[in-house]
Structures are given as structure tokens and as C-alpha cells.
Design a protein around this ligand. Structure first.
Ligand code: NAD
Length: 551
């Protein structure tokens, strides 16, 4: 295989005919620069790809560098299909990734089509070039830990132990999130290279060689009440039961292995990494069966920790869904993080909003941090997060920041930053985006929309509406993704990206797209019967037609 150089452009020299195209090109380069396996275009989550294959990638780059602002590039599952003449207010790129017709939306069918080169999975933020490294999920994980602290531990995690596994692209955020929340966090990871990578990037502090060492290090830090993160090489399906057998019950237990993928993600107990990789090609069915059996043990241990008093939650990797397939009937006694901790935020459309300094100048992120600290003085959660983030979150790829912001707050920041670009306060344009795991943007009955109040968990109209609305609101890139864990009918979601290039036209794009995105989010939860959403709609002047009140 040819190894490529995954560099990043800096400064303001354009290779494209405008900043909207250039910004998207830099985001594509960025996801590859921070990817887990860039040579294979895999950004994160085992198989989440930035483009279908290298010829498709190169054709996307050629299209972005030669297209005009009044054209739109069509991308289907990571492959560019064509350019059409639209107008300068239309998206630069529209995408549909991994959407399969319901009846056929199964893992086996996905793998078959993927092997034929007809489809690829874009993850949530990989295929539409929005991934910003492990930071992308860190505040979400931190907010979960903070809420657990408030609900179960008198507001502090000092001296508390979190046990988890998986230090991949997203799971790699866990050690830093746990440490920022004040806890001791032990992360079991089968691949020593991932442990090394997280230590190098500053997300993880220590590597322990044995379970004894790890537990001793954790106990010492707990006794001092000192936050600490520890990586332990090993298989979670072995190590979790061993910890149980020693009578140790962590305060919090979760997991972020790639359990959604039984072939390319989860590594079954009893196999080395190399053996699992060989089986992937020689006997994927056997590997999937071994993974399922291993996940059953892994989740049984999580349930036993729960019975022994630990706070246990699923962190969005479908491990309960897989365990149930493997016969663990009570797997869903473990709650999903969204419903358990974050739904009150999503009901108000507060979610993972991000911005990325396209000039590659970390100073731009610092200047935007300053702006947030000066502007959101009456919002302690924003001030607390930005203060922590600016001191503790390392730069990976293009400098970026995540902050959970809601309706109007996102628009306010977007417009202020665009003004700062225009005035030359920043070194260059800034991209705005968000996770697909956002109020109006995702239907995922085992993650985002589990147990919705009105039972609308599996209805995928919302993300489709979200994407159409983003197109009508002049977003620069709009994507509809399906697949998710299990790669078939598990979820549908929508992604949106905007380039704040300092222009007056960008003011309009940002105002419309950011405001309408969160408007739909609030409406989605108001429609499902959440009072917090109805109140937010009334407070913010969002014109939700509430039929229960005569709409
Ligand atoms: P990844 O593939 O980059 O990393 C997974 C890690 O798990 C790898 O490092 C792998 O070596 C390790 N692993 C696999 N099996 C193991 C085992 N049995 N024991 C110990 N370690 C094992 O994936 P990622 O990007 O980190 O995502 C992890 C999971 O989280 C995925 O299922 C993904 O879909 C999900 N996810 C959740 C959220 C969220 O918002 N909560 C966001 C993104 C991703």
C-alpha cells in the first residue's frame, strides 16, 4: 500500500476558488490527519471512513479545488458522483452515506455491499469531514460524569473510581474526561498502540503493566483524592470479571470498545490482536460469533457491577444490543447515557457544537475562548467548560473547540466569530459544525432516541427534515448518514457544516442554518412531549405549532 502524507494546510493561501470549498477541503485533510487508520481512510469507530477509497478521495479533492461557488458536489457513500450547477446560496457539498432500504438494512448486506465497493460507512462525523479527534466527544463524557457526581456522589468524584474500556478515536476521550471530572479512571485497552497514542496526545497519563499495578495506582490516587487516568493492556471481557472476582466494585462502570462491529471492531477474549485480524479475512462469521460470546461475558460483568452498587451506563457503542443477541436478556437494565443524563439538555437543543480554526492557528481558538468567557458570564456551565478546555485539551489536527451550546447561543457565537474573521481579529476563516448526536439530527433507538416520551424512538423523519432544512438554510455541507452501530438500520442522522469566511453572505448562512438547526431540535422534543422543550420554544420565540394547544 502507498503511504500518504497526512499534512495540514496553514494560513490563508487558497488552493480552491473560494473559502467555502477550501474550508471543506481542509476539513477533509483534518479528519485524515487525526484518523486512527488514515492509510485505509478509517477515521474512527472501526470502519468510519472519510471517503470510499483513494481514487474517490482524490476525485473529491480535484472537485473541491476546481469547482465554482455556484456549483454543488454530490457525494454518495464516500464517492463523488458529479457536480451540478446550483447557485451561490446552495450547499457546496451534499452527501448521503450508508443509507440502505429498510428491508435490506442488515449488517450482512452492508458487509456484502462494502466488499463490492458500493457503499461505505461514514460514522457520524468521519464521512462528512467533521471529526476533530477525541475532543469531539469529550465534553459529552465529562457532562455525564458531572451529572453522575451530582446525582450519586454529593457533587464530587474525588476519590471515586471509574472503570471503562476502549481507547480508540472516541473512547480515547474517556481518560481525560474522567480526570477533568476529578475521578480516578481505569481504561482497559487490548491494543497497546492505542494506549501509547493516547499518552502521546496528552489524553491519558499512565500505563500500568498488570491489573495489580493498575489497581494499586488507582487505590493510591483515590486515597489522595487525586484525579488520575490509567491505561491497562488487556481484554475487557477478561479484566472486568477479574476485578469483580477480587470483590472490587468501581463507583462507575461503562465501556467504549467498538462493540457495534463484531468483525472489524470488538476483539474477543482469548484472541490476540493479530489472530483477530487474521480471522477477519479467513472466517469473519467465526470471529463475529467469538465477539458475541465475549461481549456476553463483558456485559454480564457490567450487570454484576450494577447489582453490587456501581453506577453503570452504556456510552453509545451498542454493547447492550449485541449482548442481548448473545442471550443476556437483562442487558437493557443498563441505561443509555442519553436518556439517563443528557436528555434534559437535548430537549433544549443544547448539544455538541464545534468550531475549527481553518488557518491552523491555535491563537484563533484562544481568542474565541476569550470571547465566550466574556460573553457567557451568566452561564456557569459554559464558563466552567471553556476554562477547563483551554487549559487541558490538547490540540489534535486543526485547532478546534467543542462546547455544548443551544438555541441562539450557537448563532450568537457563529456571527461573532464571522465578524472577528471579517475584522482580522482571527488569522483566518473558521468552520462550524456539530455532532450528529444532536437534538433534531438523529434517530437512533438504542442510543439517542431510546425511550422517547411519546414512543417515537425509531422514526427517522427528524434527521431527514434536519438535512432538508439545512439545505434550505444555506449550509455549506449537508449530509444524511445511516448505519451506525451494526451498520444497517440502526440509525439515521444528519450532519451540517458552515464556513465562517468573514463575508456578509456567511452572516446570512450562519444565522439561518444555526438558528433553524436548533429550532428543529427544540420542536422535535416539544413534539415528543418534553416540557423543557415547550418552555424553551415559548421563551425563545420558536414557532412550534403545538397541536395539543390548538397549534
Ligand atoms: P475505535 O474503533 O477507534 O476504538 C475502539 C477501541 O476498543 C480500540 O482501541 C480497540 O482496540 C478496543 N477494543 C476492542 N475490543 C476490545 C476489548 N474486548 N477489550 C478492550 N479493548 C477493546 O472506536 P471509537 O471511535 O473509540 O468508538 C468506540 C465506540 O463508541 C464505537 O462503538 C462508537 O460507535 C461509539 N461512539 C459513541 C459515541 C457517543 O457519543 N457516546 C460517540 C462516538 C462513538
Amino acid at each position: 500500500m502507498t503511504h500518504r502524507h497526512f499534512g495540514l494546510a496553514s494560513g490563508t493561501n487558497l488552493r480552491c476558488r473560494g473559502w467555502r470549498q477550501e474550508g471543506l477541503l481542509r476539513l477533509l485533510e483534518n479528519v485524515l490527519s487525526v484518523a486512527e487508520d488514515p492509510d485505509n481512510l478509517v477515521v474512527y469507530a472501526a470502519l468510519g471512513k472519510a471517503a470510499r477509497d483513494w481514487p474517490a478521495h482524490d476525485a473529491i479533492v480535484r472537485a473541491l479545488t476546481t469547482m465554482d461557488e455556484d456549483e454543488t458536489l454530490i457525494v454518495q457513500s464516500g464517492k463523488p458522483i458529479g457536480l451540478v450547477k446550483t447557485h451561490s446560496r446552495a450547499p457546496i457539498v451534499v452527501m448521503a452515506n450508508c443509507n440502505m432500504v429498510g428491508q435490506w438494512a442488515r449488517a450482512e448486506e452492508f458487509y456484502r455491499l462494502e466488499k463490492q465497493g458500493l457503499i461505505c460507512w461514514g460514522g457520524l462525523t468521519a464521512g462528512d469531514w467533521q471529526y476533530i479527534g477525541s475532543q469531539g466527544v469529550i465534553q459529552g463524557t465529562y457532562e455525564i460524569f458531572r451529572r453522575i457526581a451530582d446525582r450519586h456522589f454529593d457533587g464530587t468524584l474525588a476519590g471515586r473510581l471509574i472503570l471503562t474500556s476502549g481507547l480508540g478515536g472516541m473512547g480515547g476521550a474517556q481518560p481525560l474526561a474522567g480526570r477533568l471530572a476529578g475521578a480516578v479512571i481505569l481504561c482497559v485497552e487490548i491494543d497497546p498502540a492505542r494506549i501509547a497514542r493516547r499518552i502521546d496526545s496528552g489524553y491519558l497519563q499512565h500505563r500500568a503493566e498488570t491489573l495489580d499495578d493498575a489497581l494499586a495506582l488507582a487505590a493510591a490516587a483515590q486515597a489522595r483524592g487525586q484525579a488520575c487516568s490509567i491505561g491497562l493492556p488487556g481484554n475487557a471481557a477478561d479484566i472486568f470479571p477479574q476485578i469483580l472476582a477480587r470483590g472490587i466494585v468501581p463507583d462507575i462502570v461503562t465501556d467504549q470498545t467498538s462493540a457495534h462491529d463484531l468483525v472489524h471492531g470488538y476483539i474477543p477474549a482469548g484472541l490476540t490482536l493479530a489472530q483477530a485480524r487474521t480471522l477477519r479475512d479467513s472466517d469473519p462469521d467465526r470471529l463475529a460469533a467469538l465477539s458475541l460470546a465475549s461481549i456476553a461475558r463483558h456485559v454480564r460483568a457490567m450487570l454484576d457491577f450494577r447489582a453490587a452498587g456501581a453506577v453503570v451506563f452504556d456510552n453509545g457503542n451498542l454493547i447492550r444490543t449485541q449482548a442481548q443477541k448473545a442471550g443476556i436478556e437483562d442487558a437493557f437494565d443498563i441505561p443509555i447515557f442519553t436518556e439517563a443524563y443528557l436528555r434534559p439538555l437535548f430537549a433544549r437543543a443544547i448539544g455538541p457544537f464545534r468550531w475549527i480554526a481553518l488557518s491552523n492557528d491555535p491563537g484563533d481558538i484562544r481568542r474565541i475562548d476569550d470571547y465566550l468567557l466574556e460573553t457567557f458570564t451568566d452561564d456557569p456551565s459554559v464558563v466552567n467548560w471553556i476554562t477547563l478546555a483551554r487549559d487541558h485539551i490538547p490540540v489534535e489536527g486543526l485547532p478546534a473547540r467543542i462546547a455544548w451550546l443551544g438555541h441562539q447561543a450557537r448563532t450568537t457565537v457563529g456571527l461573532a466569530v464571522n465578524r472577528m474573521v471579517r475584522q482580522g481579529t482571527l488569522s483566518g476563516p473558521v468552520a462550524f459544525t456539530r455532532d450528529h448526536l444532536d437534538a433534531g439530527a438523529m434517530a437512533h433507538p438504542n442510543i439517542m432516541t431510546e425511550n422517547m416520551r411519546d414512543g417515537s424512538d425509531a422514526i427517522a423523519d427528524w434527521p431527514l427534515l434536519c438535512a432538508m432544512l439545512a439545505c434550505s438554510s444555506q449550509a455549506d455541507l449537508v449530509a444524511i448518514h445511516s448505519g451506525g452501530g451494526g451498520y444497517a438500520g440502526y440509525m439515521t442522522s444528519a450532519g451540517v457544516t458552515l464556513i465562517a469566511d468573514g463575508s456578509v453572505e456567511a452572516d446570512e448562512r450562519l444565522r439561518l442554518a444555526l438558528t433553524n438547526d436548533t429550532s428543529l431540535g427544540v420542536m422535535r422534543y416539544a413534539d415528543a412531549g418534553y416540557d423543557a422543550a415547550r418552555d424553551e420554544a415559548a421563551r425563545q420565540g420558536i414557532r412550534h405549532l403545538d397541536l395539543r394547544q390548538g397549534g
